[in-house]
Design a protein around this ligand. Sequence first.
Ligand SMILES: Nc1ncnc2c1ncn2[C@@H]1O[C@H](COP(=O)(O)OP(=O)(O)O)[C@@H](O)[C@H]1O
Ligand SMILES: [Mg+2]
Length: 276
Amino acid sequence: MQQSLLEFQQVHYTYPGARQSALNGLTLRIPAQKKCALIGQNGCGKTTLFLLANGLYKPHSGNLHWQSKPLQYDRKSLIELRQKVGLIFQDPEQQLVASTVEEDISYGLCNLGLPQVEIQQRVEQALVEFGLTELAERPVHHLSLGQKKRVSIADVMVLKPQLLLLDEPTAYLDRLHTRNLMATLKKIHASGTTILMATHDLDLVYRWADWLFVMDRGKLILEGQPQDVFAQREILEELQLGVPLIYDMLFAEGLADEGPVLEKLRQRILKLFRYF
Ligand SMILES: Nc1ncnc2c1ncn2[C@@H]1O[C@H](COP(=O)(O)OP(=O)(O)O)[C@@H](O)[C@H]1O
Ligand SMILES: [Mg+2]
């Protein structure tokens, strides 16, 4: 079996005062080295999963394991966990803390208490890597949304996490910025980082992910390679999630059950349009 980085075992979490559990017996393994996508209706628990994954919340019952070891919630262990598991919030405003771009990127490194020289080096490198050199001294509140997103990714990646979690990263981005983001993620994945992205964009899932999780009401319902998950059209329709455009088209043409046709088209689409 493939090595898993982070594992949820029967995890329950209920917000204070809420009547229903946000996570309701969630069991899920994030496989190392994969580009994972997470889909599910609004309110199914995606964001809550992320907040537990980097230790911002603690499960009420059940367990989380990082590389087979149970998470610990003392301050030191949490600092270590957050270095390994980087979380990018849906809204960059929640992420950005300092006044300038440069300060913002150095913030996490300063918290780790690294030597000043190393902080400087890593910030410089991140500025270059994420195309932010020219914005280094710019106040973060003057940036466009796409730029803020880039800064929030740099903030997290400068800590060199092994697992990068992105909560609906394309939610407010236009086509160009989505493309740029996907190009950035390509580099991040190529450098050995495992990625888990929550999204509502099924076409993006189809073109990018190599593993797909489907959640409903705080639980994992389905998982697998995207083409295998999307083949389960009835379940996805029942969850009101639908399928990527290409599956709708094939279904309309009566070709949905034509395995070889579908596979040929899939290969062609991935060749032409894949976000690597
Ligand atoms: N801060 C909160 N207080 C109370 N309930 C919350 C809070 N945040 C989320 N919830 C509830 O928890 C459930 C899961 O929400 P969330 O994890 O945000 O789902 P998703 O990210 O999939 O939209 C929803 O029913 C939501 O209303
Ligand atoms: Mg959410």
